[in-house]
Design a protein around this ligand. Structure first.
Ligand code: GRG
Length: 287
């Protein structure tokens, strides 16, 4: 897994050279280069690999999805959103570059990512490239990622138009599962579209499980482990799996989903995806 992460990091560096005006590129690269887990690009590249595709052709898409993820983190940390001073163990983007540059850095990553897919994807047909950009725009926009964030903010302000459990599922399916779905679906589009539906089900379940993991970790983890402020959900009375179901039931829901993910991934050959699932499960449930 370390080799794959190093390859992703070198490609991220290669794909984003610094130009004039340097400040915007420095702001874009700052959060991008901090040590994230790179789960979404790994999911994209591993899908390509386990479906027998050419992994090199998928790096621009995998890196574009990481750029979109980083954009969402930079904007999520802004004072007008989740208002967090730390991300990936360091001061968040707006704390270093100011709010205006953080907004612009997010915008620039969001718009550069599809440019990267179009300009750098080698060995893919125009039809495949068009499908990849289409997936990107579908999952980044108001029908997915942004929808999740809007309802998340509304729920924090006490606005609930559906039941709490429906609202929570809507938020997490859109805010968190969207980018895992985008990653895995893109991999299937590159390598074998016949497997798209089954792997999309895996990514959706994983996205929900990962958000439950994130909610549980906010309760049980430390700043050192997570690299961001801990315990904020409880203080702000946020609607989370832990606040709605309690810690034990949240753990059970997490375990059920992770086991379902394992059942799908076991049909394929991916040591890396298996390792990720096992690591998350061990952290929450124990061996
Ligand atoms: C697309 C214009 C546009 C806006 C985005 C701000 C926003 C709207 C959405 C917020 C989405 C968000 C921050 C979801 C949280 C998902 C989550 C669990 C993030 C943490 O992921 P990790 O643990 O992070 O994989 P690292 O740092 O390891 O990459």
């Amino acid at each position: 897994m370390e080799i794959l992460i190093n390859n992703i990091n070198s490609k991220l560096e290669e794909y984003l050279p610094i130009c004039y005006p340097e400040k915007i590129f420095e702001a874009m690269k700052y959060t991008l280069k901090l040590p994230g887990k790179r789960l979404r690009p790994i999911f994209c590249l591993e899908t390509v690999k386990m479906l027998g595709g050419e992994i090199e052709s998928a790096y621009p898409t995998a890196c574009a999805i990481e750029m979109l993820h980083v954009q969402s983190l930079i904007h999520d940390d802004l004072p007008c959103m989740d208002n967090d001073d730390f991300r990936r163990g360091k001061p968040s983007n707006h704390k270093v570059f100011g709010e205006a540059n953080a907004v612009l850095a997010g915008d620039a990553l969001l718009t550069f990512a599809p440019q990267l897919i179009i300009e750098k994807s080698k060995g893919l047909s125009d039809d495949t490239t068009l499908k990849l950009v289409h997936e990107y725009t579908k999952f980044a926009g108001a029908y997915a990622l942004i929808a999740g964030q809007v309802v998340d903010i509304e729920s924090e302000n006490g606005i609930l138009t559906k039941s709490s459990s429906e609202t929570l599922n809507f938020i997490h399916l859109n805010k968190t599962a969207s980018l895992f779905r985008l990653a895995v679906r893109s991999g299937a589009i590159i390598a074998n579209p016949n497997k798209l539906e089954e792997l999309d089900e895996f990514a959706t379940k994983f996205g929900l499980a990962f958000q439950i993991y994130d909610d549980i970790m906010d309760e049980i983890s430390t700043f050192e482990e997570l690299g961001k402020t801990i315990g904020k959900d409880k203080v702000s009375n946020k609607l989370t799996y832990v606040s709605l179901y309690g810690l034990e039931e949240a753990k059970q829901k997490f375990e059920l989903l992770i086991n379902e993910c394992c059942d799908i991934v076991n049909k394929y050959d991916s040591k890396i995806l298996n390792d990720i699932l096992r690591k998350l499960k061990n952290r929450i449930i124990g061996v």
